[in-house]
Design a binder for this molecule. Structure first.
Ligand SMILES: NC(=O)c1ccc[n+]([C@@H]2O[C@H](COP(=O)([O-])OP(=O)(O)OC[C@H]3O[C@@H](n4cnc5c(N)ncnc54)[C@H](O)[C@@H]3O)[C@@H](O)[C@H]2O)c1
Length: 323
């Protein structure tokens, strides 16, 4: 059993990581400034409401809770927002990570699992992407993720940390037990937005770009169930010192926006009016994972990989009455 500080623990993935850690007998402590996360998402342990840019608060939390490992998920995550506000993304994501690493050195905490992203890969690369695929981050968000891998590697070498960057593809779905909701935490994601449109009708759903070079013209993404992502963090904790430093987490299956719309219609039994809008800056046509290394190194493979399971879990967990 380990005491684990989960930065971003009130966010979508972080809340599920806290739950998975608690289930496995660990003690998660969420550390979140609630800029995007929700207090109500923190159900598996205490919450420290604070900012990763506050190094003293981090060091204090690490010492007070006798933390043995950090899972660093705090960050700003919206690609098109990062294109409009790059400095905000670099400060929050990169300087925030530097503070986490400095606090770990101060408090003698030696292990860190880092949330990285498939956006670090070259969008022109074809086929499923493994960890050796060429890197070409196409947005400030993506570059901030590559930069945090670099600063973590350097801090690890200097201070003797064990570290692992998990490059998630597109997290989706929600806790199959219905305890945690995808819709609770962020309102810019495709599936929650589609489910809201299915539930409420109203304005047509905007498909942002239908002229991509894909099978139906809309972007294709590898959707990975958030509970599967969370399970990988727990698996990593036990053997972090002996793992490769970078591991992809994806399902290996790609679904287009239109295919996701079809799945939402199937699961909810409701049709969704759509309209086509221009492409969003920073979006790429296709991204699919080769997650073989996650299987061989972590013993991980996604359990809820079908799009209907992912959509059904998100639909079952919906709670939008207070929107
Ligand atoms: N969701 C995905 O598909 C996906 C894919 C790849 C990588 N990631 C990464 O996973 C991590 C979690 O993403 P998510 O989808 O759960 O996003 P999220 O926005 O739901 O969670 C991020 C959390 O970090 C908190 N936070 C942000 N800045 C902070 C700061 N300075 N100090 C303290 N807390 C802060 C927010 O309040 C929020 O609760 C992020 O680092 C993201 O870049 C997510």
């Amino acid at each position: 059993m380990a005491n684990v500080l989960v930065t971003g623990g009130a966010g979508f993935v972080g809340a599920h990581v806290c739950k998975a850690l608690a289930r496995a007998g660990h003690r998660p402590i969420a550390f979140d400034n609630l800029s995007r996360g929700q207090r109500t998402a923190v159900k598996s342990g205490p919450l420290e409401v604070s900012d990763v840019l506050d190094r003293a608060a981090l060091t204090d939390a690490l010492r007070r809770h006798k933390i043995e490992a950090v899972m660093h998920l705090a960050g700003l995550t919206v690609v098109h927002e990062s294109v409009a506000e790059p400095a905000r993304y670099y400060v929050n994501n990169v300087a925030g990570t530097i503070d986490v690493l400095a606090a770990m050195a101060d408090a003698q905490v030696k292990s860190i699992v880092l949330s990285s992203s498939c956006t670090v890969y070259d969008d022109q690369a074809s086929g499923a992407l493994n960890e050796a695929a060429s890197l070409a981050p196409a947005s400030p968000y993506a570059l901030s993720k590559l930069m945090i891998e670099g600063v973590t590697a350097d801090a690890a070498a200097a201070h003797g940390f064990s570290w692992l960057a998990l490059r998630y593809f597109n997290a989706a779905g929600a806790d199959p037990d219905g305890e945690l909701s995808e819709a609770d935490v962020l309102k810019v994601r495709l599936i929650p937005n589609l489910l809201r449109a299915a539930a409420r009708g109203g304005a047509p759903f905007r498909i942002q770009g239908d002229d991509y070079p894909t099978r139906d013209g809309t972007c294709i993404r590898d959707l990975v169930h958030v509970s599967d992502l969370a399970a990988a963090h727990v698996a990593a904790l036990d053997r972090i010192a002996s793992l490769p430093k970078v591991i992809n987490l994806g399902s290996g299956r790609g679904y287009s926006v239109r295919e996701t719309l079809d799945a939402v219609a199937r699961v909810t039994g409701k049709s969704i009016a759509t309209e086509v809008a221009p492409r969003r800056p920073g979006d790429v046509a296709v991204r699919i994972a080769d997650a073989t290394l996650a299987t061989t190194a972590l013993g991980w493979s996604p359990r809820r990989a079908s799009i209907d399971d992912i959509v059904a879990d998100a639909w079952a967990s919906r709670r939008w009455d207070n929107d």
